[in-house]
Ligand binder design. Structure first.
Ligand SMILES: [Mg+2]
Length: 287
């Protein structure tokens, strides 16, 4: 493997709640120092890259908007050109417009659906009718629900389900766990699948997205999924890292193997099967 780029998840990988995950900030800085390009992939379709960048900045993490790929941007790139009926917030609307796509309410080539807290019966009805008339049905991300103040709130998956039921058709999903967002990330970075590594905390989204796109994955145990969840998943990560100290150790190994120009898979599988590198002495300071 010649490592040319890193793909990272956002929530549960870079931060949790309003706190950065220990080591995340230093890891991004290390990637910059190594001149190793990275892209942060988020299924969140409501925020623009600039808004994500500002949010990271508020936690002391410097990450320019061009290092962020939202599921909305990926949906816009996937659609490419056309006339689109958009259900969604700023993140999706701006992404489509930046792509040069015309937003319209009739005679459209696509219906693009992202999370929309202003969703109405009329929007669902219009979307379904346009899809039944032949428009391609695109969903930015399939997340059904998310924890919110006071409990669980409906996510884009819930909106997609209502439209799918009415249109009698399932959407093409762009975000994780599907591969489109990863393919678009690789294209943006100009690298092929085996030249990248995808790092994420979620066994239901991040790891399958990487597996489906043919990108080696690291399951980082800093977020929603636990080691015990591995047994119930068909799509397994290439490596496991308990925290950023172990992730830095993996990066050392990839870079070392690269300089020896030998395949690193063997070493990594050994690590994976053991995968108990707790307390590995490591020279990079955690934050
Ligand atoms: Mg995550």
């Amino acid at each position: 493997m010649q490592l040319k780029a890193i793909l990272l998840d956002l929530d549960g990988t870079i931060y949790r709640g309003s706190e950065p995950i220990p080591g995340a900030k230093a890891f991004l800085r290390r990637l910059d120092q190594l001149a190793l390009p990275y892209l942060i992939l988020t299924n969140n379709s409501t925020r623009t890259p600039a808004q994500v960048s500002d949010h990271l900045q508020s936690m002391g993490i410097v990450c320019p908007p061009d290092r962020i790929l939202t599921s909305s941007q990926a949906a816009a790139a996937f659609i490419g050109q056309g006339r689109v009926y958009c259900i969604g917030e700023d993140g999706l609307q701006q992404a489509l417009q930046k792509q040069g796509i015309e937003l319209a309410e009739s005679e459209v080539s696509h219906v693009a659906v992202g999370m929309d807290r202003g969703i109405t019966y009329a929007k669902i009805e219009r979307a379904a009718r346009l899809i039944r008339a032949g428009a391609l049905f695109i969903g930015s991300n399939p997340d059904r629900c998310f924890p919110n103040e006071g409990g669980i709130s409906p996510g884009n998956g819930a909106i997609l389900a209502a439209i799918a039921a009415t249109a009698d058709q399932q959407p093409t999903i762009i975000g994780k766990p599907e591969r489109a967002i990863v393919d678009i990330a690789l294209a943006r970075l100009g690298v092929s699948a085996h030249e990248a590594v995808l790092i994420g905390d979620n066994l239901e989204t991040d790891i399958p997205a990487g597996v489906r796109a043919g990108v080696p994955t690291v399951f980082l145990l800093t977020g929603v999924s636990s080691r015990a969840d591995l047994t119930s998943r068909a799509e397994q990560p290439t490596w496991i890292a308990e925290n950023y100290a172990e992730l830095n150790h993996l990066l050392d190994l990839w870079l070392a193997k690269e300089s020896q120009s030998s395949p690193c898979r063997i070493t990594m599988h050994a690590l994976y099967s053991g995968s108990q590198g707790h307390g590995t002495p490591y020279p990079y300071a955690l934050e």
